[in-house]
Design a protein. Structure first.
Length: 423
């Protein structure tokens, strides 16, 4: 792991060095005062970042150039610490360093000196007449010829003459072809310059995101290593998923119609559930609160209750007390989830639309009888009482009419499926 970390650090340092070198080479860390030079078309031959000199001293460089109808408009970047030595009335000419060398911009101070203010950012420099440039080129030709060895120059000229001998017509055709190419290519120069500028911007963007790319690659190595270490578990997971998909496919194929029918039949129930959804929080809270009371009542796995008899017994149920599920008030919480009722404060029974409308001796809040779930009818009703008396009469040795109501009361819960155990 240490070796990998060192390798990543080395890669980051190498990329940082490349970026710094690029920045230094392109002068991204330099500040300039930009001025404009109105030049002839010869200005289009200037290389990018060409030198700007005054009296042989480099005071800036060429930042950009753009062709115009009268020639070229060149943007010069002057070093800020050199602008105080450059008067604002200088002119400029484009000169080659040697006869065949690259060109640079020479700033010419007027004869006799200048009393103008120093040049400032945004100023415009006029060009020196073109004849001066030609004159300067010719003046540079003599020292060049003196610097060249005659023997070497003679050898070079002979080699050129030999290479061109008998090929004048071909050379002329090639020059004509080149001229056609240049004629077609010249209008595209602005687009080419723009593409190069955009290329520099893209390079800057790549330089900015290289650290993130290095981080992603490092994380990819970690993820790949983790996947390799857990290959068996991944294989088992894919097998389990495949098996589950097969089972799910068989289940849905066999029960597709049932699932659709279940969804159709559940629509009505879901509408009711949605209607009473606001009541669920208080209802569930009340159930949780009642759990504590139930735990107290069943402590030690024994039921502990306080049984109180009613001093005034209500009347019995009649045919007018047929259960009715007619309460449509919607969600209702009452005092849930924290009711104030207790053994000492039993409260009152809510009055629902349940079919009990006549006074029972205890008001109309007594709930209606529930369905016993059998053919005997309602729990505690006349049909159930007659059925139970008919079953108890032979065992008691009495007629059906003589079976006491207490027997029906005791046997009724067992007949409905309740279990009673004695300790």
């Amino acid at each position: 792991m240490k070796t990998k970390s060192l390798g990543v650090v080395f890669l980051v340092l190498m990329l940082a060095a490349v970026w710094a070198t690029y920045g230094v080479f392109t002068k991204k860390f330099s500040d300039y005062d930009e001025v404009t030079l109105q030049a002839s078309r010869i200005g289009l031959q200037l290389p990018q970042r060409a030198d700007v000199k005054i009296k042989g001293v480099i005071v800036g460089e060429v930042l950009d150039f753009e062709p115009t109808g009268e020639g070229a408009e060149i943007t010069l970047g002057l070093y800020q610490d050199r602008t105080t030595d450059i008067p604002s009335d200088v002119t400029a000419s484009i000169l080659p360093k040697t006869l065949f060398g690259e060109k640079f911009v020479s700033l010419d101070v007027p004869d006799g000196g200048s009393t103008a203010a120093p040049i400032a950012d945004g100023d415009v420099i006029e060009r020196t007449d073109l004849s001066i440039e030609v004159e300067q080129v010719l003046s540079d030709l003599y020292p060049l010829l003196r610097a060249v060895q005659p023997a070497d120059l003679n050898t070079t000229l002979n080699a050129v003459a030999t290479a061109l001998e008998g090929r004048g017509e071909q050379l002329g055709e090639s020059l004509e072809t080149l001229d056609r190419y240049l004629t077609r290519f010249n209008p595209e120069l602005p687009a080419l310059v723009e593409d190069l500028r955009l290329t520099a911007e893209v390079s800057d963007t790549y330089a900015d995101v290289l650290p993130e790319v290095a981080t992603i690659l490092r994380n990819t190595i970690t993820t790949t290593t983790t996947l390799e270490d857990r290959e068996d578990k991944l294989k088992a997971l894919f097998n389990d998923v495949s098996a589950f998909a097969a089972v799910a496919d068989r289940f849905t194929t066999a029960n597709g119609d049932n699932l659709v029918r279940l969804a159709d039949l559940s629509a009505a129930q879901l509408e009711v559930f949605a209607k009473y959804a606001p009541e669920y929080p208080c209802l569930l809270g009340g159930i949780v609160g009642a759990g504590k009371l139930q735990a107290e009542a069943f402590r030690g796995f024994t039921l502990h209750i306080v049984l109180e008899t009613l001093p005034n017994q209500p009347r019995g149920y009649t045919t007018a007390d047929t259960p009715l599920y007619g309460d449509k008030r919607g969600p209702y919480c009452g005092q849930l989830p924290s009711p104030s009722y207790s053994q000492a404060n039993p409260g009152t029974q809510p009055d629902f639309v349940d079919g009990v409308d006549e006074p029972t001796g205890k008001g109309t809040s007594r709930v209606g009888p529930g369905w016993s779930g059998t053919a005997a009818g309602f729990a505690g009703g006349r049909e159930e009482s007659a059925l139970l008396k008919g079953l108890l009469a032979p065992g008691l040795g009495v007629s059906t009419d003589d079976v006491p109501d207490l027997g029906v009361l005791l046997v009724g819960p067992m007949a409905r499926g309740a279990e009673v155990s004695l300790r």
